[in-house]
Design a protein around this ligand. Structure first.
Ligand code: PMP
Length: 379
């Protein structure tokens, strides 16, 4: 555990539970949009039907076959032909990351990552003894020229990226770059891990094809489209890799909760998930627009921010020598929270960066939160 840091920011953000606090910190879905009735019915069915007792028993590591089939159907519909046997159910996509790291990385291994990137992925790779190496990103995501250079110089075992509405930047990898990244990785015999919890939360523009190919492992999750408390995610992997991944998962937790998977299989088979997604998109679009509209009046001249087509996050660069970790203390006094950017960097942090999440507050709360942020910045 030595190379894995716990963030002091976590302690500060523990304060955000205060009822007066407006938090733009966590990447949390809006709880009032959870389909409580639908999930209550699904769990009820899972525990009363003919399979009720089986749904409380130990089960295969690979996961519930019906759920794997439903996930495969959704992936196929999004342009990645998938069968149930290509899918491994995981305890959140976070566990998919752990399983991939345990399988493909060892002490001294190198992982090429976007700079900045999802901070719990960095933790996961470091826990496996691997060293994350940054690849330059711009508004179109990972820069292929920089990846080519890292592949030559560092000989990584895998490339990790969040191609849709990335955490923490909100940026999306363009179609041309998707091709370039997979071709470069394939030419070097390097695995690509496409981590995609946000892909179905698009508020503008047309969906782009997921990364594809024999060397690609794709991760997905019900966390952002249904509810994160379910802890249900999956990975899709090439047949050659699957047996190893299954063993890694087995060693971690034998299998994901049987009853939760059964309820999810019932829920996905019987619910119009597209209608639910449409509701989420409409609401989150409004919230994103409210934050984007409030930003110019809240932050100093010279601040730059991303304008995401989907997902949950806006990424800011403040001008001058502002340290957002210091700013956070003042912001918490004003009852508004965000996440400073530093922990998202694999190597040299840029302390003038920060991440704002727009999903858990109503437009009115967002406007008020931005007023508070402006006061903290003024101080
Ligand atoms: N990957 C990314 C990029 C994320 O932002 C998150 C959640 N914050 C996860 C993976 C993990 O999600 P879960 O385990 O809830 O599926």
């Amino acid at each position: 555990m030595r190379p894995v840091e716990s963030s002091p920011i976590r302690d500060l953000l523990a304060l955000t539970a205060h009822p007066e606090m407006i938090s733009f910190a966590g990447g949390l879905p809006a709880p009032e949009l959870f389909d409580l009735d639908g999930w209550r019915r699904a769990f009820d069915r899972a525990l009363t039907g003919p399979d009720a007792r089986r749904n409380l028993q130990y089960a295969p590591t690979e996961g519930n076959l019906a759920l794997r089939g439903l996930v495969a159907e959704r992936l196929t519909a999004r342009g990645v032909p998938t069968g149930a046997e290509d899918v491994l159910v995981t305890t959140g996509s976070q566990q998919a990351l752990t399983v991939v790291a345990a399988t493909l990385l060892g002490p001294g291994a190198v992982v090429a990552v976007e700079e900045p990137t999802y901070l719990a992925a960095l933790q996961c790779f470091r826990m496996a003894g691997a060293r994350p190496v940054p690849v330059t990103t711009d508004e179109d995501g990972m820069v292929p020229g920089s990846l080519a250079e890292v592949l030559e110089r560092e000989r990584p075992s895998l490339v990790y990226l969040v191609p849709n509405f990335a955490n923490p930047t909100g940026r999306t990898l363009t179609a041309a770059r998707r091709l370039a990244v997979t071709e470069l990785a394939a030419a070097h015999g390097v695995w690509v891990v496409d981590d995609d919890p946000y892909g179905e939360l698009r508020y503008r523009g047309e969906p782009l094809s997921p990364l594809a190919g024999e060397g690609v492992v794709s991760l997905g999750s019900l966390s952002k489209i249904c509810a994160p408390g379910l802890r249900l995610g999956w990975l899709r992997a090439p047949a050659a890799l699957m047996p190893r991944l299954v063993v890694a998962k087995q060693a971690a937790d034998l299998h994901t909760s049987t009853v939760d998977q059964a309820a999810a299989a019932i829920y996905l088979a019987e619910t119009d998930l597209e209608a639910h997604l449409a509701t989420l998109r409409t609401e989150y679009r409004t919230r994103r627009d409210a934050m984007i509209a409030a930003l110019p009046g809240a932050v100093p001249d010279g601040t730059r921010w991303t304008d995401p087509d989907g997902g949950m996050f806006i990424w800011l660069h403040l001008p001058g020598a502002v340290d957002t970790a210091t700013l956070l203390r003042g912001a918490l006094r004003e009852q508004v929270a965000f996440v400073p950017g530093a922990p998202f960097f694999a190597t040299t942090p840029d302390p003038s960066t920060m991440r704002l999440s727009f999903t858990t507050n109503t437009p009115d709360q967002i406007v008020e939160g931005m007023r508070r942020l402006a006061r903290a910045l003024g101080e």
